[in-house]
Design a protein. Structure first.
Length: 141
C-alpha cells in the first residue's frame, strides 16, 4: 500500500522561490557589473567596442539565460546545473584575472570591498543552483 506524497510541500515551494529571486537578482547584478567593467575598460576607444559588444551579449546569455531557464521555464535541473557552472566559471575567471593583472599578491591583498564584490558575483549562482537541484530532488521523491 502506498501513501500519496505531496510534491509541493512548503519547504520545496520556499526553496524554489528563494532560488528564483536569488538567481534573477544575481543575473541583473552580474550584468550590471559586467557592463560597468566593460565601459570602464574602453571609455574612449571605439575600436574596443567591436570586441566587447559580443562579450556583453555572451554575458547576457550566460547570466540572464541561466536565471530564465531555471525560474521561468521550470527546468530546475538544467537551470541549477547552469547556475552552478556559472558560479564556478566566474570564480575561476576572477582568480585568473587577479593573478594575471597583479600576480599572486593581488589575490591575497584584496581589501574588504574587493572580497564583498567577488562574493556577490560568485556565491549567489552557486546557492541558487544548489537550491534548484535540491527542490527538484525533494519534489520527485
Amino acid at each position: 500500500m502506498s501513501t500519496p506524497i505531496s510534491t509541493n510541500t512548503a519547504a520545496v515551494k520556499s526553496m524554489r522561490w528563494i532560488a528564483r529571486i536569488l538567481s534573477i537578482l544575481w543575473s541583473y547584478w552580474a550584468l550590471f557589473i559586467t557592463l560597468f567593467i566593460t565601459a570602464h575598460i574602453c571609455p574612449r576607444n571605439p575600436s574596443m567596442w567591436a570586441i566587447l559588444i559580443p562579450v556583453l551579449i555572451i554575458a547576457f546569455l550566460m547570466f540572464v539565460g541561466a536565471a530564465i531557464v531555471a525560474s521561468v521555464w521550470g527546468k530546475e535541473v538544467l537551470g541549477g546545473r547552469v547556475l552552478i557552472a556559472d558560479g564556478v566559471v566566474l570564480f575561476v575567471l576572477g582568480i585568473t584575472f587577479m593573478i594575471v593583472a597583479g600576480g599572486f599578491d593581488a589575490v591575497f591583498s584584496m581589501d574588504l570591498y574587493d572580497i564583498f564584490g567577488f562574493l556577490t558575483i560568485v556565491l549567489p549562482p552557486l546557492v541558487a543552483g544548489a537550491l534548484f537541484l535540491a527542490s527538484h530532488r525533494r519534489s520527485n521523491q
